[in-house]
Design a protein around this ligand. Structure first.
Ligand code: BES
Ligand code: MN
Ligand code: ZN
Length: 508
């Protein structure tokens, strides 16, 4: 989708639909006011007559608009002016784009950058517009014999009232488009069923990204034989009970001026189906374990966004891909495995498999002498208990890194919440027979999973995002969300900004 920015007279704008945000009981915003003046107070009268209530998320289509260039107007309620913050703004965007996507339009124009939001500039609003547009037109109907009518929207023009804000809106739209496409990619990978989206399929997806990248992305796929040679026994152990071979996917992006700049590393959990293994899960909602590769999907989605944005950074993306199945060769409770790091693990529950594939991948990341490592995983049901479906869980061995991740989530409005990784929790992983156990008992399951990973992350600044509650929706809305592509992309862009300020300071 395209997001051109325009600053001319909105009355003259020729567009199939001009979208006007409206506050309750407040003056019209600049674009709406101009339209109102040019149309014998069409907007003002509809409000006065009670035909349109500007409650947050309400929309009203005006199918004809005499005296103006737009074919239609769409009023969008923003609620009370004083109460309009980020979540309200985004709710209004989603309502507006849902309505637009249902109309027979190829393009529309929106005036959302008019909305005053404390602490958020034009750049941010434009970014959120682009992301919301992508969300609204997303469909996953590859397997429906009769595809539903796909939204035709291909361009959303941003009507910007202040000339001086045009460049910021353009930059915001550029990032929002890249993130939107990354999110779309992650959603589709997440939604694909386990019989299609296998570890080898994820590897093929990485190859495809590399092929589309003009040499910017290099991929290496480690197959089971290569992992055997390496000693990645823990990752391999998880896939043993499956007919689908496991893969360790390595992607490198070298965008920094110096090839020697330490890279930032992102790692995704790619369990393409999680039966629990011999510690078999109960039957209800087992289909949703196809989403257990959403960490991997978010890493691949972030790669897509990064390839579009082209930041000056060195990056490594790793995906630990396996299918967790019960069979004669499957890992059994009580089995002891030797990890790539050399630590031995007593597997007390084969359903705690995510940490087993991630621990070897964390060890693998050491070879890149990383500036930071973030792993992303649908790791624990306990994360849903603790945080529900709004915040991803964050654990880290470095407080500066944790703050950077929280900040990125705040900026991208893809938020995380920091949980403690105190030493006191570590003893829950004590094992009578090996260096550590793979489960820490019922209390604080998300934290003890983080504790497990931390044992393999002692040589670099590391953060872990538990996205069990945020990666997909259940029920009628069932489907992958594409989170946390927004957070991850922002985290990386912030690192580019850091590098730039250090460079500037040096030159002064
Ligand atoms: N992928 C699951 C975690 C999960 C469960 C995510 C439900 C979203 C919804 C993970 O592999 C798992 O099974 N974890 C276990 C760990 C336990 C055995 C210590 C869990 O959370 O129940
Ligand atoms: Mn599991
Ligand atoms: Zn799992």
């Amino acid at each position: 989708m395209e997001f051109p920015v325009q600053t001319g007279n909105p009355v003259k704008v020729e567009t199939a639909c001009l979208v006007l945000p409206v506050f309750e009981a407040s003056d019209l915003l600049p674009t709406a006011a101009k339209l109102d003046d040019a149309s014998e107070r069409l907007v003002g009268q509809l409000i006065e007559r009670g035909d349109f209530e500007a409650k947050l998320g309400n929309v009203l289509l005006i199918p004809f608009a005499p005296g103006v260039g737009a074919d239609r107007l769409l009023l969008v309620g923003m609620g009370e002016r004083e109460k309009c913050l980020e979540s309200g703004f985004i709710k209004a965007l989603d309502a507006a784009f849902k309505a637009l996507a249902e109309l027979p339009l190829d393009e529309a124009t929106v005036a959302f950058t008019d909305v005053p939001l404390p602490g958020r500039n034009c750049d941010w609003k434009a970014r959120m517009v682009a992301e919301a547009a992508h969300r609204a037109v997303y469909r996953f109907d590859r397997f429906k014999s009769e595809a539903s009518a796909a939204p035709r929207l291909a361009a959303i023009a941003l009507q910007v009232s202040e000339n001086g804000n045009a460049a910021a809106a353009r930059e915001g739209a550029r990032i929002g488009k890249a993130v939107g496409e990354g999110v779309t990619h992650a959603r589709t990978l997440g939604n694909l069923p386990g019989n299609i989206c296998t570890p080898s399929y994820l590897a093929d997806q990485a190859q495809a990204l590399a092929e589309s990248s003009d040499g910017a992305l290099k991929v290496e796929i480690l197959d089971e034989e290569a992992m055997e040679q390496l000693g990645a026994n823990s990752l391999l152990a998880v896939g043993r009970g499956s007919e689908e071979p496991s893969r360790l996917i390595v992607m490198r992006y070298q965008g920094a001026d110096s090839a020697d700049d330490a890279p930032h590393v992102l790692i995704g959990k790619g369990i393409t189906f999680d039966t629990g293994g011999i510690s078999l899960k109960p039957g209800a909602n087992l289909d949703e374990t196809k989403f257990d590769m959403c960490g991997a999907a978010s890493v691949l989605g972030t790669v897509k966004a990064i390839l579009a944005i082209k930041p000056k950074l060195n990056l490594v993306f790793l995906v630990a891909a396996a299918e967790n199945m019960p069979d004669g060769r499957a890992l059994k409770p009580g089995d002891i495995i030797k990890t790539l790091k050399g630590l031995t693990v007593e597997v007390l529950n084969t359903d705690a498999e995510g940490r087993l594939v991630l621990c070897d991948t964390l060890t693998y990341a050491e070879r890149f002498t990383p500036a930071s490592v973030i792993d992303v995983a649908t790791l624990t049901g306990a994360a849903i208990v603790a945080l529900g479906h709004h915040a991803s869980g964050l654990l880290a061995n470095d407080d500066d890194l944790a703050l950077d991740v929280l900040d990125a989530g705040q900026t991208a409005w893809d938020r995380a919440w920091h949980l403690p990784l105190w030493d006191e929790y570590q003893q829950q992983l004590d094992s009578n027979f090996a260096d550590l156990a793979n489960i820490g008992g019922p209390p604080a399951g998300t934290i003890t999973a983080g504790c497990f990973l931390s044992r393999f992350a002692d040589n670099f600044p590391w953060a872990h995002l538990d996205i069990a509650g945020t990666a997909w929706q259940t029920g009628k809305q069932k489907g992958a969300t594409g989170r946390p592509v927004g957070l991850l992309t922002q985290y990386l862009l912030d690192r580019e900004e850091d590098a730039r300020s250090i460079e500037n300071a040096r030159e002064m």
